[in-house]
Design a protein around this ligand. Structure first.
Ligand SMILES: [Zn+2]
Length: 460
């Protein structure tokens, strides 16, 4: 590249940063895009708002799904309480599995939580999940996961008797996990997909914490966690039904002191695994027409709030949170009632089922893209032995790779802006200074599926 071209490239980087600054919500103007997989596009059409409506109605009809509510045989038979909800979710996964010739393995992760704040007596908590095992012996070790919490609450987190409909929080997220399982079980992927619903979220993320620890202890290659919590698109006047927020942590919760030091030194604050996952979701949103645009929010979660993605972040896994654009706090964590003309409570009539279906499509497209793609490259390094204005990156050959792509962006840009394919080389030199941009590497398979991006660590 000539000096002049070089200057032009840097000019283009600055221009695209400006354009992105000017684009407030949704996709950036100049950002990388994937190749659409027609099979994935077709399966997204099978996501049904009607199904989602039925699933949420069913969940609400259990009266309360408070983690502390009844789960004995009698309450299950009567269809009230968290035990009945759990059994129904299990039976739904089993039904989907029957429809695909037993392709799903339906499992539970049960444990007894000792008394802690918000759990007055020892309580059994059960996560329910379905595994769509990958078809490739090597790739199937890689796992991508979608989750929502099926427990609910009203104004009092200890009220075991009163109604807690939880239509939006988090009937909507539970319905996303179920609907993703129903449609994706009709496909086959080299990688493994897990469809999870957890309990205990409202008591203190107890279910997801147990599950994430299990994944860590058992050495799962868990690449991505999509947490859907409050994705109902509450029909309040100021709702934006075209946008879904995607929250991701910056500084990783699990980063060691040494890693934090490197992040501080090299400007890696916006390059956690979770943020690469958020960028991947944004790119999927540009590639497939899900009906809703992801809006990345560069923070762990909303003010004063938390969610199950954090349990996974704490164990070092990349995890993001999907939440509707504008929440109506009258419709969350509230007893069902009307006061001074204001309706309180998390009733299904406030949920926009088309919106939930759009969010489910975005989730399904992300899970499918990741499960179809090769795993991210390992040992990605940028050479820093000499002071020079070119940048040389190296990485290990990855199973399933047809080629490798180096991506980069201005240090001030939220998204990957440029890509260059280097065939099946595992070393690349780009005529740009590593001091001026942020680089990443991803793996591409023969059909064009992209892996998650890995940002290089310096190597002398
Ligand atoms: Zn929630």
């Amino acid at each position: 590249m000539t000096r002049r071209n070089h200057a032009r490239t840097l000019g283009a980087v600055a221009l695209s940063a400006l354009m992105m600054y000017m684009t407030q919500k949704g996709a950036a103007q100049d950002a990388t895009k994937m190749v659409q997989d027609n099979q994935i596009a077709a399966v997204l059409q099978q996501v049904s708002a009607q199904r989602i409506q039925e699933d949420i109605a069913k969940l609400v009809n259990f009266g309360t799904r408070l983690t502390l509510s009844a789960q004995d045989a009698d309450s299950i038979a009567k269809g009230r309480g968290i035990g009945a909800a759990r059994e129904w979710i299990k039976s739904e996964f089993e039904r989907y599995s029957k429809d695909c010739g037993g392709c799903l393995e339906v499992k539970t992760d049960s444990f007894t939580e000792r008394p802690v704040e918000r759990i007055p007596t020892a309580t059994e908590i059960t996560n329910v999940y379905a595994v769509l095992k990958g078809t490739d012996p090597v790739q199937s070790k890689r796992i991508v996961l979608v989750t929502g919490h099926y427990d609910s609450r009203n104004s009092d987190t200890l009220d075991v008797k009163g109604d807690a409909p939880g239509g939006n929080d988090d009937g909507s997220g539970t319905a996303v996990s179920l609907e993703c399982a129903r449609v994706l079980s009709k496909m086959k992927f080299p990688g493994t997909v897990i469809f999870l619903t957890v309990a205990g979220e409202e008591q203190g993320l107890n279910g997801s914490r147990h599950f994430a620890k299990m994944a860590k202890e058992q050495g799962w290659e868990l690449e991505a966690v999509l947490n859907n919590d409050i994705v109902g698109g509450d029909k309040s006047a100021e709702q934006d039904h075209s946008v879904i927020r995607v929250f991701s942590e910056g500084l990783p919760a699990a980063a060691s002191e040494q890693e934090v030091k490197r992040i501080r030194g090299l400007g890696g604050e916006s390059d956690s695994g979770s943020r690469q996952l958020a960028r991947y979701v944004a790119e999927v949103g540009r590639t497939y027409d899900a009906g809703v645009k992801p809006m990345m929010v560069f923070r762990l979660d909303r003010y004063l709030r938390g969610g199950d993605h954090y349990s996974f972040n704490q164990q070092g896994f990349a995890a993001v949170r999907f939440t509707e654009y504008r929440e109506d706090f009258h419709h969350q964590h509230q007893n069902v009632r009307t006061e001074s003309g204001v309706e309180y409570g998390d009733l299904p009539k406030f949920v926009d089922y088309d919106y939930v279906a759009h969010v489910a499509r975005l989730n399904a497209a992300t899970l499918a893209s990741l499960a179809a793609a090769p795993g991210p490259p390992a040992n990605v390094h940028i050479l820093t032995k000499d002071l020079e204005n070119d940048s040389t990156l190296t990485w290990d050959a990855a199973p399933g790779a047809a080629s490798y792509e180096v991506v980069w962006r201005a240090t001030t840009s939220p998204e990957w802006e440029h890509e260059q394919n280097f065939g099946n080389e595992t070393r690349a030199t780009v005529k740009l200074s590593k001091d001026n941009v942020i680089f990443g590497v991803r793996v591409v398979d023969a059909a064009g599926h992209r892996s998650l991006v890995v940002v290089p660590t310096p190597e002398r």
